[in-house]
Design a protein around this ligand. Sequence first.
Ligand SMILES: [Zn+2]
Length: 271
Amino acid sequence: MPELPEVETTRCGIAPALVGHTIQQVVIRERSLRWPVPQDIEKRLRGQRVLQLTRRAKYLLLETTGGTALIHLGMSGSMRITAADEPPEKHDHFEIQSSSGDIVRFNDPRRFGSLLWAGAWPAKHALLVELGPEPLSEDFSGAYLHATGKGRKVAIKQHIMNSKVVAGVGNIYANEALFRAGIHPARAAGRIALARMEVLATEIRSVLRDAIRQGGTTLRDYRGGDGKPGYFRQQLLVYERGDEACKRCGTAIRRTTQGQRATYYCHSCQT
Ligand SMILES: [Zn+2]
């Protein structure tokens, strides 16, 4: 599932084909994505200039002179740049034809992705309005995590995966950051000292930055390639390593479930 680093990698990969250019046409081949693609979105976007392509949590915001469209990659979505004469592939559900001469195509076999209209005030869109700060922004810190966790019995892993607390820390990176910070994923958020929360905030940023950097190495794949960003797999320390040896101490990594999501941790390194 694409998480924040994959979305950021996608943003960097497709931005040059869109930003500063005019949208000549939007073609929708499949309207039943996670939410129906609005009937008028092609008309709203056609002829508009793309001012910016930004990211909020796992949403891409296509900001144009006529308003903003929201794109979400869902469970299996990816976007790639193709040449104008290249025929669409199976599961290419929509495409944006740019005055740059490129086409940006959205491919999503499971159709949990989305293309929505957010108008002139995207920050007020129902999907974005309740999101907490971006983990890579200055608003996010150990002091902030400590303050939001104060008095709370919720497990720290669920606390950092709550998008109202901090936006876009998905399961893979929550597992990895907690391991790097040496914090047990089930520890109550209210029972973690400020100093440890500062380490955790630093590790959340660092694991996300490392993964974004990893994705950045495969950006050339966005042009004519398979459009799949680098998935940072080889650097994972605990995620999907159940029963394998901890890379720090050799103890077997344990797997449990929290909030229906798989948790991996080392019971010796994480307390
Ligand atoms: Zn260990």
